[in-house]
Design a protein around this ligand. Sequence first.
Ligand code: F6R
Length: 599
Amino acid sequence: MCGICAYQGPETKAVEIVIEALKRLEYRGYDSWGIAYKPAHLDQNKPQEIEIYKEVGKIGDFKSSYDQFGKSSFAIGHSRWATHGGVTKRNAHPHISENKEIVLVHNGIFENYLNFKKYLEKKAHTFKTETDTEVIAHLIEEHYKTHSFEDSVKLAVKEIEGRYAILVINNKDNTMIAARKGSPLIIGVGKSKGEYFIASDIPAFLPYTNKVVYLDDNQMVIVENQKIRFFDNSTQQAIEKRIIEIDWDIESAEKGDFDHFMLKEIMEQKDTLSRSINQDPITINKVARAIENAHGTYLVGCGTAGKVCMVAEYLFAKIAHKHINFSFGSEFPYHQQFINNKTLLIAVSQSGETADTLEALEVAQKKGAKIISIVNVEGSTMARMSDIVIPIKAGPEKAVASTKATTSQLAILTMLAYACDGGVEKGKQLLIATAGQINDMLNPRYENHIRKLARKIRKIESMYIIGRGANFPMALEAAIKLQEVSYIHAEGFAGGELKHGPIALISEGTPVIALVPNDETTKEIISNATEIKARGGYIIGVSSENHPVFDYWIRVPDTGATSPIINIIPIQILAYQLAVLRKNNPDMPRNLAKSVTVK
Ligand code: F6R
């Protein structure tokens, strides 16, 4: 959700570097974009005119030559996901202050911006956009009349309420200042002397460097005179930060031969499950003990990660005979009366940056609860807020619809449930066998079989998914997957719930996917499918065995307790195929963003 990137260094193609970096951040979701840069030919000793270029729409549509921008060693860029003000060129970032001295890009929301807008209007500032961001640029300029650039930014960040990441430049010198609170910012340390990148996510600068510094909340980075310094805004002290070398390579963040990241990531599940269960046994046992000793454990996540938590609730009950609570991140604050210093919160997140889940962590932290996170993005805010981190190890997930991170999260939670029952090795063996089955399943013939179904149902308006037990939350997850990329109205239900209302929606030919594992739910879910068929429903069975009630059978291997992992994979493929057939972009569905950093 919104992307920031910046370059400063010896290269004279800063604009190209920044625009290409914005392309690598496209997966975050955006509707317009822009850059600001300083042409290299200008006399460095004079106040420098900052050039700004903005567009509405996709950066991929930008086909012009980079030559039009001339040479530059200093550029910032932004991809905007509209919050305040419509999707227009004018509202796109960067924003510029009254006297054109300050230029700024911003992710997040400046919650109290209206107060400052009024205050600045009284001081003769005029605003050209409806954005909260423009107000920050003017606010910094107002301070800049009586303070240094650095102090002006420091004063402004004290005044901003809300979650944000800002990146500010001025027209007098080549200083770049970035500050964060609740929205990610990472500094890339380039290979050449004095070369730095600042971005919302690592893939932005991955072709250039894997040396990174994670900025924490209330921290600021100042890039000037070919050096970087850090400052803590809460203690008002200069601080030292560690440079970390990450082991992501650029291939893992590129599409390669695949048409879309979503398909690439679905196929990567041949390997990702094995990687995710390859965890340090000491950490897994430590987490199992923490669950044993906690006076109440909450699993917290949003969207797909939330559905994974719901599955885990069933798995812990069945495998470890343990009750674990679940809450969506956005709902967790309403449970806070139950949270104390003996509570354990386990956050599940691909990005580690989802605002609603982060808020849950903040609430739990204030109450002294222990925090464990299961996250994919190394060094993310959630990881850094946690007492223990279990890395998902799925590699960069760029398609908005989560696939490989989902199954890896499920695998880790399954392993934890077994660990709580004292059988971590048994769980691991089961998951290794499941990984092998996924490897066999993901072949072109399987894809074709699902594509055939996608062609059959591509024009339908609504579809439903049913499951029971641990496959009920997977029915909910299947619905999310179908909604977000195919834009077909899809809803998941607990099989037994249909007759309490939703069955009224079934008419001749309504497609209903039944998740039918070989377990204690088999008989009942088949009977639910039969009830639907009797009302004209078209039954698509996801099962290891064909049943007479199925109109279309999608075969999956019988993997026992890991059926939620196995059953969601064909639905991921179906959702992808439907998206392609319906001419949607599966990687960047409308209205959605990969990392939801606003509440
Ligand atoms: C759906 C999807 C979202 C995310 C949710 C949480 O495919 O990806 O529902 O699961 O926004 O994101 P993370 O896992 O990054 O916290």
